[in-house]
Design a protein around this ligand. Structure first.
Ligand code: ZN
Length: 149
């Protein structure tokens, strides 16, 4: 999941959620991305991006694309805040199964347990195995308030 900060030609800013960068590109090319404020299809990305990762290389921290275009401190803080919000939302809506996460995710996938959102801890190996079995899992890093300046 990628959140792009977007803006239309009137500088209305909004967020778009996409599966991937390719997904964004194809939706943009198909005219499916429009400004929620004025409906304009002339939408561009503004440099401030948070990745929530499925791939190991992208889960460590909020990061942005386009290093050439340095965002302001405000934009960075906004991205971090969005990331923290999302993390808190996920945590609040999931049942905590702790270290049983991998086993419980499997039980839900194979309909041996009631379907629901869960969270917990899994090792990197367990995480990789779940993905290999086609089970929807996704990792977030806990953001401690002290990490945000
Ligand atoms: Zn607009």
């Amino acid at each position: 999941m990628i959140i792009f900060d977007l803006a239309c030609q009137h500088d209305h800013q909004f967020e778009g959620w996409f599966q991937s960068r390719e997904d964004f590109d194809s939706q943009l090319a198909s005219g499916l991305v429009s400004c929620p404020h004025c409906g304009s299809l002339e939408v561009r990305r503004v440099p401030s991006t948070v990745h929530l990762g499925r791939s190991d290389t992208q889960v460590d921290s909020p990061r942005r694309e386009s290093p050439a275009a340095a965002p302001t401190v405000d934009q960075r803080a906004g991205a971090l805040q969005a990331f923290r919000h999302l993390t808190e939302m996920l945590l609040a809506n999931c049942e905590d199964v702790g270290a049983d996460f991998a086993a419980e995710a499997r039980r839900i996938h194979y309909v041996e347990a009631p379907e629901r959102s869960i969270r917990g801890v899994a090792t990197a190996e367990e995480y990789a195995e779940l993905l290999e079995e086609g089970i929807e899992v996704f990792r977030v890093q806990r953001v401690k308030p002290g990490d945000l300046h």
